[in-house]
Design a binder for this molecule. Structure first.
Ligand code: DSN
Length: 414
């Protein structure tokens, strides 16, 4: 970053410090990852200088000789990776992608049925504070109180009662795989569009370790930077019959010009995801999450849903005498980063809830395996018991740093 360091040393230094933070900490935020240097180079390229409203071959600005090819390559790679009929790679991220889906299929005031935010859904699945809950009549389903799992009979009853135009299947904090076939049957019964938001588990689908929603869903959105391990961006996959509606909803419906530097970086990340090495990565994410969940449960942590089948877990800390915020802040001091998270039927407010959410996508990228998961669970157990013991946190921080030094973040994945 020689030019940046010279012109704006203040920002350059902050970026360098953030790089050190990412290298020296155990990053357990379930939605984060590390990208390769190849993805980083595409992201930081001169493609950021170009505007290209429209789609390949049908742009409103000239000079698209290279951009058209780049966008087409990204689309073709995504279609191949997921087996989708049609892909739009222009959404700026997951929330704009979800907004475009609503615009494509429903009018303000019409009904959507999605997972409640405190139960693991996303803001854009109908939360009252989001446009999805303000502009549409959002009805929510949650987790069954007795099992902590989704109850498809309850979802079906809600669907038949409220007749949603769209059913949203997807989450940002549910540690189980979704039954897309059941969602499809429910959507068919009430004539709804089945919209799957696979942002969290897209990389697991790509790696063949999670069922694919593609055969069942009308439309699927994803971010590209979580388990899929690409740049910050979004994609929409859909059946051929919805292609025109989706493209129109993205541009000109929700967005102007696509971020071409991101499109190129998505193409690079998809090339990585098409490599056999990605399957091993995805499989290790799941093994690591299972190992971490087992060890945490053995140490008395209460996992919502009782375990995990994907990359993440939600921990209800109410039996540990520590709030989510206290735990997350203490973990951060000890070099282990997570986010605090509401848990089902939480009696605390979202800014200081009763739980934390953790995931294994980032640590798996840096080569952590089951053995390291045991160490993390051990540290978390000590922290939960004594979260305001500064000396303990400092000791753990040194151990965490030594572990991170022994497994540095790779720059090349394939
Ligand atoms: N903020 C993301 C997450 O952490 O799951 C979802 O948008």
């Amino acid at each position: 970053m020689s030019f940046l360091s010279q012109f704006d040393p203040q920002i350059a230094e902050l970026i360098k410090n953030e790089e050190d933070r990412q290298n020296n900490k155990i990053r357990l935020i379930a939605s984060e990852n590390y990208v390769s240097e190849a993805v980083m180079e595409a992201t930081g390229s001169i493609l950021t200088n170009k505007y290209s409203e429209g789609y390949s071959g049908k742009r409103y600005y000239e000079g698209q000789q290279m951009i058209d090819q780049i966008e087409t390559i990204a689309i073709e790679r995504a279609k191949k990776l997921f087996g989708a009929d049609h892909v739009n790679v222009q959404p700026y991220s997951g929330s704009p992608a979800n907004l475009a889906v609503y615009l494509a299929f429903i009018n303000p005031g019409e009904t959507i049925l999605g997972m409640a935010l405190p139960h693991g859904g996303h803001l854009t699945h109908g939360s009252k504070v989001s446009i999805s809950g303000k502009y549409f009549n959002a009805v929510s389903y949650g987790l069954d109180e007795s099992t902590g799992l989704l109850n498809y009979d309850t979802i079906r009853s809600l669907a038949l009662e409220h007749n949603p135009k769209i059913i949203v299947a997807g989450h940002s904090a549910y540690s189980r795989q979704l039954d897309f076939k059941k969602f499809r049957e429910i959507a068919d019964e009430c004539g709804a569009i089945l919209f799957v938001d696979m942002a969290h588990f897209a990389g697991l689908v790509a790696g063949g370790v999670h069922p694919s929603p593609v055969p069942y869903a009308d439309v699927i959105t994803t971010t590209t930077h979580k388990t899929l391990r690409g740049p910050r961006g979004g994609m929409i996959l859909c059946k051929a019959e919805h292609a025109a509606a989706i493209d129109k909803a993205v541009f000109p419906g929700c967005q102007g010009g696509p971020h071409n530097h991101t499109t190129a970086a998505i193409a690079v990340a998809l090339k990585e995801a098409l490599d056999p090495a990605f399957k091993e990565y995805a499989s290790q994410i799941i093994k690591n999450a299972a190992a971490l969940a087992d060890e945490l449960a053995a140490n008395g942590f209460n996992l919502v849903t009782g375990g995990t089948e994907n990359h993440l877990m939600l921990i209800d800390l109410r039996n540990k005498g520590v709030t989510g915020k206290q735990m997350a802040k203490a973990m951060d001091k000890a070099g282990i980063v997570c986010n605090y998270n509401s848990v089902p039927n939480d009696d605390r407010k979202p800014f200081d809830p009763s739980g934390i959410r953790i995931g294994t996508a980032s640590v798996t990228t840096r080569g952590f395996q089951e053995e390291e998961m045991k160490k993390i669970a051990g540290w978390m157990t000590k922290i939960a018991m004594d979260h305001d013991n500064e000396e303990l946190l400092l000791t753990i921080e040194k151990e965490v740093r030594a572990l991170c030094d022994s497994l540095p973040v790779p720059k090349v994945f394939v």
